[in-house]
Write a protein that binds this ligand. Structure first.
Ligand code: MTE
Length: 322
């Protein structure tokens, strides 16, 4: 089994690149299975399936991809140190408890100001998307970070297919609400279901990703299977997991963390070392899985993606709109 083989690497191994290169060889079989469906679609469209997974081409997608590759967080940490309150509030809970989540079949309801509303089978959605790998840093508001090789598709491309109306100013995402499968929803750590949102131009930014996998595998349940958002310039809580509803709205969505503690978690949630969380600084971050000798790094504005996204917030007071 893939996971067992990955665990052969020792805990203090800080050469995740090698680990990933090895894991790539190991996972080729599951990857083939994972991508088979999309490859079929690409072939039907006259495209070679290799375009789905040509790592050299993919790494040129963003200039920082090759730099980030050398910082990859080992698979073990990415999949055992999680925030997914539907399965408990401890970091170790989701890896143990999320196995009760049934991710197939999976439907996504498209609602609101959109030309193509409806309830879509995720498999049908995937047939129309081009899967690609993108290496993004996920920076949590709790001042830790990891670098993950996500697999997914462009949110912008998907939104275009759904034909939002001119009234669509925001996109609201909702997680599955099923206390039977998600034991954390039997308690009140948050108001359920988990809701997140983006301004339309943020959602249409080429960095916004709908993730369906990581490290070349299907998303493990604890990481938000089968479909989650990854918005790399924002704090991790914006990257909502196990999405069942996407609604296009005229007004700003009411989001879970903002509703729970509006002084601590704003709607924008852009990574910003200048704006402290009321209870702690956001200037530095602990690198999950790094060696003891290099435990922290300076946090960068917009998590290092300023070139791609700073224009979205031109003229805005980022201390007020945090
Ligand atoms: N999505 C849902 N539905 N529930 C959650 O509790 N936690 C968020 C985000 N998405 C969360 C969620 C937070 S706080 C973070 S930091 C990231 O997921 C963590 O993603 P990871 O566990 O894959 O690293």
């Amino acid at each position: 089994m893939l996971i067992k083989k990955l665990q052969r690497f020792t805990e203090n191994e800080v050469t995740p690149k090698e680990l990933y290169d090895n894991s790539r060889a190991l996972i080729s079989a599951s990857r083939r299975q994972f991508l088979a469906q999309s490859s079929t679609v690409m072939l039907a469209a006259g495209l070679a399936p290799a375009t789905l997974w040509a790592s050299d081409e993919l790494s040129s997608f963003h200039s920082n991809q090759s730099v980030l590759r050398s910082e990859l967080t080992p698979y073990k940490y990415v999949t055992t140190y999680n925030n997914f309150y539907e399965f408990g509030t401890a970091k170790s809970d989701p890896a143990v408890k999320a196995q009760t989540l049934k991710t197939k079949p999976w439907h996504v309801s498209i609602e609101g100001e959109v030309g193509k509303p409806g309830v879509y089978d995720l498999e049908d959605i995937l047939k129309r998307q081009s899967l690609e790998e993108r290496i993004y840093r996920l920076r949590c508001v709790e001042a830790w970070s990891m670098v993950v090789p996500w697999v997914g598709f462009s949110l912008a491309a998907f939104i275009k297919q759904l034909e939002p109306t001119s009234k669509a100013k925001f996109v609201e995402f909702t997680t599955l609400h099923d206390p039977e499968q998600m034991p954390g929803q039997r308690g009140g750590s948050l108001k359920w279901p988990y809701v997140e949102g983006l301004r339309m131009d943020e959602a249409m930014n080429p960095l916004s990703l709908m993730a369906t996998g990581l490290y070349g595998e299907q998303l493990p349940n604890q990481n938000g299977a089968p479909l989650r958002l990854v918005v790399p310039w924002k704090y991790g809580f914006k990257s909502i997991k196990s999405i069942v509803k996407i609604r296009f709205t005229e007004t700003m969505p009411v989001t879970s963390w903002n509703q729970a503690a509006s002084r601590e978690y704003g709607f924008y949630a852009n990574v910003n070392p200048q704006v402290s969380h009321p209870r702690w600084s956001q200037r530095r971050e602990r690198v999950i899985g790094a060696s003891l000798f290099n435990p922290k790094r300076n946090t960068e504005i917009f998590n290092g993606y300023a070139d791609e996204v700073a224009h979205l917030y031109k003229g805005m007071n980022l201390k007020e709109f945090f």
